[in-house]
Design a binder for this molecule. Sequence first.
Ligand code: ZN
Length: 305
Amino acid sequence: MTRKALVAAVALCGLSVAACGGTADGADAGPARIGGSASQNAAPAAQTTQTTQTAGSTGDVQATPAASPTTSPATSPATVAGSTPGTSLQGKVIVIDPGHNGQNYRHPSEINKQVNILTEKKACDTTGTATNSGYSEAAFTWDVSQRLAKILKSRGATVKLTRPNNDGVGPCITERAAIGNKAKANAAISIHADGAPPAGHGFHIIMPKKINGPVDPVVDASRKLGIDVRDAFKSGTGVPYSTYIGAKALDFRNDLGGLNLSTVPKIFIECGNMRNAGDAANFQSPAFRQKAAVALANGLQNYLK
Ligand code: ZN
């Protein structure tokens, strides 16, 4: 690996950390820590305009706020596809956590504030990543979450989101967990997309590990939730298992506040790699986002039935 390539890889690792808390294992775990620095996360938008070259050279592109033409709200005709009305989820409470927030990049001091996630101290929140063309992870997670909420409600579920729009800051990862706990959710899902080296593609699920803490009693249930959502996402979207992390798209971590602090069954999904051209093309397609939302709803429903 050339020095340039190494720097690029480190930047990407940092990006991955900034996006979602970092890889818990693997060779990238060490250098990835730099992603937590304020300078990485606080990159002003002005530095994010060069988004077409190799992702590694623009590690701060995650701050790009640009809304691509494909960031249409969940109001297209496709939205209703798959949202078969019914009562199959009646009585169930589901909390959806759309990762990051659209204005996080403008408020570095707020989102870099350190919070206690029991296994370590960590930034309150991060900017998230983006595709090379500037479609932000925050916009993606918000759009999929809106679609998912609509489908789940149509099936009778009570749905709560951890943020009201994509125009704000945070909340902190600790608060994101607390919202699920307070709601006594039957299931909670945090929706993300990764910022990994461009060659890697595919989706993966992140589940909690026991930490001698509040999440321990729901580790087993979270694993079952994770497997149900994995199976539904694979069959519903055709997106392959991640080529760069986890085993059969399953990863277990103890460094994510949203999981460590959860007292309800909870998982993260990294729907793919925003820095991979194929995955990015998917993310920027409203039809794909609808397909993803339906698949997630089916996975949640399979778990809850
Ligand atoms: Zn993320």
